[in-house]
Design a protein. Structure first.
Length: 222
């Protein structure tokens, strides 16, 4: 099962990815996590990406696609959930072409939709571990010890991009880029199953509707 999970920052993609990969035994391929691993290892790819970011430019599609395809190739055959990728239509097309070359395809696209106000509330309470990337929330997902990471005891931070003003900006960018990606997948609904989910609800409710849909699809495939 090859799944693409779409949704604005704060839509709960990370949480739902975890739910899905556990239940269906898939690999979580998050572009943010993978880029972080490249940076830690100091790979050539990370250095190239850094040059772009340092100059204030966006990391080009080819570099992101190269990085994600190599992660996909290393993933077990059972399948994966892509998170944060593809972010542009160009990336989506390149992904489809690369998969088609080995007779594979994206099976399911899940789009989590959320109101802007809900996102701002969620993100401004978010705290992250600068060491391992784990994400917490001051109300919904507290660490065991106040303000310290459960995994490694590192002091949690509010990422500058979770500040409400920055969030509004990120949302504008997201909608500008993602609308065409959503339209692209909708236009391919003969080959790809595309579903939208109301992610304004509590995470457990969203999880249950995702499971319901995926269970139905898995039983059809088997
Ligand atoms: Zn940590």
């Amino acid at each position: 099962m090859r799944v693409v999970l779409l949704g604005a920052p704060g839509a709960g993609k990370g949480t739902q990815c975890k739910n899905i990969i556990q239940k269906y035994d898939l690999v979580h391929l998050s572009s943010g996590d993978i880029l972080r691993q490249h940076r830690e290892k100091g790979t050539q790819l990370a250095n190239k990406a850094k040059d772009y970011m340092d100059s204030g430019a966006l990391v080009p599609d080819e570099l992101i696609v190269e990085m994600m395809l190599s992660a996909i190739n290393e993933a077990p055959k059972a399948g994966f959930v892509l998170d944060g990728f593809p972010r542009t239509v160009n990336q989506a097309v390149e992904l489809d072409e690369a998969l088609a070359a080995t007779g594979e395809k994206v099976d399911i696209v899940l789009n989590l939709t959320v109101h802007e106000q809900v996102i701002i509330e969620r993100l401004s309470g978010r705290r992250s571990c600068p060491k391992c990337g784990a994400v917490y929330h001051v109300v919904n997902l507290k660490p065991k010890v106040d303000n310290l990471c459960d995994n490694d005891g590192t002091e949690l931070i509010q990422r500058p991009d979770d500040n409400p003003d920055v969030v509004k900006n990120r949302l504008r960018t997201y909608h500008r880029q993602s609308k065409p990606v959503v339209d692209y997948y909708k236009s391919r609904q003969t080959e790809i199953q595309f579903y939208e989910f109301n992610a304004n609800e509590a995470a457990e409710k969203v999880r249950d509707s995702l499971f319901e849909k995926l269970d139905a699809l898995v039983s059809v495939q088997n």
